[in-house]
Design a protein around this ligand. Structure first.
Ligand SMILES: CCCCCCCCCC(=O)SCCNC(=O)CCNC(=O)[C@H](O)C(C)(C)COP(=O)(O)OP(=O)(O)OC[C@H]1O[C@@H](n2cnc3c(N)ncnc32)[C@H](O)[C@@H]1OP(=O)(O)O
Length: 184
């Protein structure tokens, strides 16, 4: 992964220990919002990611590139692939049991991804430094050990739930997702 200093954990930053209330190994992770373009089952053309954690530390999901996701004819749009990376990373911060938002997302495109391809996505945390979470993700073609088509590195910033109340619609999140606490 070609990542900048902004998405590289500073010396000494470590991945966090598992939060006691975070989903345990083997759990599936629910969608955070039914209309989310990345994970919402109610979005007509979204990515419909359904994530799970095999080990309580990493998150896996699959994304099948559809007609609605094209850039060049029959090939996935790069922005859509970046969205898949953002979403699977966003799901992996769920394991930290705190709300975070994307501050910076860097993406390497290694292979074109044709329509109909299933990308096997995986995301993990490389370090925490105060409010900053450093994360990486990859998307492999056709199988969990298939060729890597996309890699990403990200800096997520911890926020409080007031972020969503001030800028969005906290009630819409709370209505669907009771396990987010305002003061976790
Ligand atoms: C209920 C759960 C819902 C989950 C949804 C997940 C969806 C998937 C993920 C997403 O797509 S989130 C949507 C896209 N992201 C946003 O809309 C975030 C928009 N940006 C902001 O709201 C603010 O800029 C942000 C909260 C990220 C930071 O503002 P703050 O005022 O809270 O913090 P501040 O600016 O003081 O920055 C804190 C630290 O982070 C650093 N930082 C912030 N943004 C950065 C950036 N972009 N690049 C590098 N560093 C950054 C900043 O330099 C600083 O470092 P230091 O502590 O060392 O001084």
């Amino acid at each position: 992964m070609t990542r900048s200093s902004l998405t590289t954990p500073p010396p000494g930053a470590q991945p966090p220990p598992a939060h006691p209330d975070a989903p345990s190994a083997g759990s599936t992770l629910g969608s955070h919002y039914s209309k989310c373009f990345g994970c919402g089952a109610g979005h007509p053309t979204g990515l419909h990611l359904k994530a799970r954690t095999p080990d309580g530390a990493t998150v896996e999901a699959e994304f099948t590139v559809g007609e609605a996701h094209q850039g060049a004819p029959r090939l996935a749009h790069g922005g859509v692939l970046a969205t898949a990376m953002d979403e699977v990373i966003g799901m992996s911060v769920y394991l930290l049991h705190k709300p975070y938002v994307t501050g910076r997302l860097e993406t390497d495109y290694l292979l074109p991804v044709p329509v109909g391809t299933t990308l096997h996505l995986r995301a993990w945390c490389t370090g925490i430094d105060g409010r900053k979470a450093y994360l990486e993700a990859e998307g492999r073609i056709g199988a969990p050990d298939g060729p890597v088509a996309v890699r990403a590195a990200a800096l997520f910033i911890e926020v409080n739930m007031e972020h969503f109340a001030k800028h969005g619609d906290l009630a819409a999140i709370a209505a669907e997702h009771q396990d987010y606490e305002v003061n976790p």
